[in-house]
Design a protein around this ligand. Structure first.
Ligand code: FE
Length: 342
């Protein structure tokens, strides 16, 4: 047991996880994070204050799955934090996620935002909405995602590539609701209406609206909060308003950031403790304030800025079911050559 522990520490040192001895005495937990340190740090600090458990974080924009696979049973990681559904699924599909549950987790996180078998848990929610030009799109012109395929939008839509996980999630949601044939027709309609070949990220589309390149775009809600808070991007945000589509037709598509506890976790009890903390009221409030996302825990309010966009009905379908259709969504994107543009 002692030898095993030392091997673990050696492995951790090799991958550059900082270890401090006093913290070890109180226990620790090792997190691989796709989420940015600025966002996650305040949450980990609050957790350590409350529990005495130290959090070691390795942050990367990509490649953490490959790293976990390479490390195998010797991985020091207890948990992966991901910024979207597709990453959560990747870890599960690679067979690396533990199946965990607890009364706190199931009480804090609604069933639609977690894997029924506990391989992943959503921790924050965001909607994928339509950003519309204040100048050129009268209120009420877009009420459904389906509207974007109508001829009146020709040359007026901007979006990032169709095979980006955020768009694959939306397309999977549409397949879940309308079936593959109708969704294929929708993709072809939207493709024909694009102002340019899909490119950039969600914010650059809003920049395009501000510059008159297009009139509507698809984007995650929290980017509105981020643009408003960035002096360089505020003018982009000020040129648009948010439309929550399909309020009377099944609800707006939503996605989650979240976490997997790992099968090979050397500190599984602390990983569970951290996951429970992140789903609890204190952490949910921090998430809401720092990243303009919606808390998943019922009863925790959104930030004032986010609440100002108005209440909305979210799609109530299980995200696990929608996520299962992402492969089919990718097939449709390729089949329609969506990324070739208009
Ligand atoms: Fe994002």
């Amino acid at each position: 047991m002692i030898h095993w522990r030392i091997l673990k520490l050696a492995a951790m040192a090799a991958v550059g996880v900082a270890i401090s001895l006093p913290a070890m005495a109180a226990g620790e937990v090792n997190v691989y994070s796709y989420r940015q340190p600025e966002l996650i740090k305040p949450l980990f600090d609050a957790f350590t204050n409350q529990t005495g458990v130290k959090v070691n974080m390795v942050y990367a924009q990509a490649g953490l799955l490959e790293r976990l696979k390479a490390e195998g049973a010797n991985s020091p990681a207890d948990m992966v934090l991901s910024s979207d559904m597709s990453r959560l699924l990747e870890v599960q599909e690679a067979g690396l996620a533990a199946s965990v549950t607890s009364p706190a987790l199931t009480a804090n996180i609604p069933a639609q935002y977690r894997d029924p078998a506990g391989h992943w848990y959503g921790l924050t929610m965001r909607a994928r909405v339509v950003y519309a030009s204040k100048e050129r799109v009268p209120a009420g012109k877009v009420v459904s995602y389906l509207d974007l395929a109508r001829p009146e939008w020709k040359g007026r839509i901007c979006t990032r590539p169709g095979d980006h996980p955020y768009n694959l999630g939306l397309i999977a949601g549409l397949i879940h609701r309308h079936g593959a044939d109708k969704t294929r027709a929708w993709l072809l309609g939207v493709k024909a209406n694009l102002a340019q070949k899909p490119q950039g990220n969600d914010r650059s589309q809003v920049k395009g609206i501000n510059e008159g390149l297009c009139d509507v775009s698809l984007g995650n809600t929290y980017y509105m909060g981020r643009m408003l808070a960035d002096p360089k991007e505020k003018a982009w945000a000020d040129s648009v308003y948010l439309v929550f589509p399909d309020q009377k037709a099944g609800g707006t598509h939503v996605n989650v950031s979240g976490a997997n506890v790992l099968k090979a976790a050397p500190n599984p009890a602390n990983a569970l403790k951290l996951l429970e903390f992140l789903s609890g009221a204190e952490a949910q409030k921090i998430y809401a304030e720092v990243n303009s996302e919606y808390p998943v825990k019922p009863g925790v309010p959104a930030s004032a800025v986010v609440a100002g966009w108005g209440a909305f009905e979210a799609d109530t379908a299980s995200l696990a079911e929608i996520a299962g259709l992402q492969g089919e969504a990718l097939l449709l994107v390729n089949e329609t050559r969506f990324n070739d543009g208009p």
